[in-house]
Ligand binder design. Structure first.
Ligand SMILES: CC(C)(COP(=O)(O)OP(=O)(O)OC[C@H]1O[C@@H](n2cnc3c(N)ncnc32)[C@H](O)[C@@H]1OP(=O)(O)O)[C@@H](O)C(=O)NCCC(=O)NCCS
Length: 157
């Protein structure tokens, strides 16, 4: 496996993220939506790059107070099945840990077996369903990951 590094998404990466979105989702985010996530104080999108500089995937974590949300994750079709999705999720969970999140949620289509299996391997558990969540009326499975409290946050009794 080639080396993968993670970088905060900047405006200069917008076109690559847009291409990745279009290759990955039936209803991809628009350039404006990606722009807003890049500039949102609550979102911390990360890009995975290979050694040759090519864009392998990206993830969009969002944090409000101590509650995290994975808004989006996508890997270039030609790089799927090599563990990059897992690395992106681990990078996002590390970022959530650093920023003091205690819980992370995400929604996924019940038909997206690859994504569900990936999230489960990462430690997410299914906690419910959101009815007719997607544009086509499909429900979403709601998944949750609890982050252990940092040692120094445990209160002495
Ligand atoms: C979901 C998605 C991000 C996963 O990315 P990925 O890089 O393929 O993920 P991983 O490689 O970490 O894991 C995917 C599969 O590859 C397998 N895999 C991981 N590393 C592997 C390796 N070195 N060799 C062979 N297979 C491997 C995993 O076991 C897993 O298979 P499984 O689902 O049968 O268990 C990617 O499929 C994608 O972009 N899909 C379209 C967008 C999408 O649906 N996003 C999620 C929205 S909720």
């Amino acid at each position: 496996m080639r080396k993968v590094t993670f970088h905060p998404v900047t405006q200069a990466d917008l076109q690559e993220v847009l291409t990745l979105e279009r290759a990955s989702f039936p209803h991809p985010w628009s350039a404006e939506h990606i722009f807003n996530e890049i500039h949102s104080p609550h979102s911390f999108p990360l890009l995975a790059r290979l050694e040759d500089g090519s864009c392998a995937g990206y993830i969009c974590p969002m944090l409000v107070l101590d509650e995290g949300q994975i808004l989006n994750v996508a890997v270039q079709p030609s790089f799927r099945g090599k563990g990059i999705g897992m690395m992106l999720l681990e990078a996002a969970l590390e970022l959530f840990r650093e920023k003091g999140a205690t819980v992370v949620y995400l929604e996924v289509r019940p038909t997206n077996a690859t994504a569900i299996s990936l999230y489960t391997r990462c430690g997410f558990i299914t906690i419910g369903r959101r009815k007719a969540y997607y544009e086509n009326g499909e429900d979403a499975i709601l998944m949750k990951y609890e982050l252990p409290m940092k040692k120094e946050e445990h209160h002495a009794v």
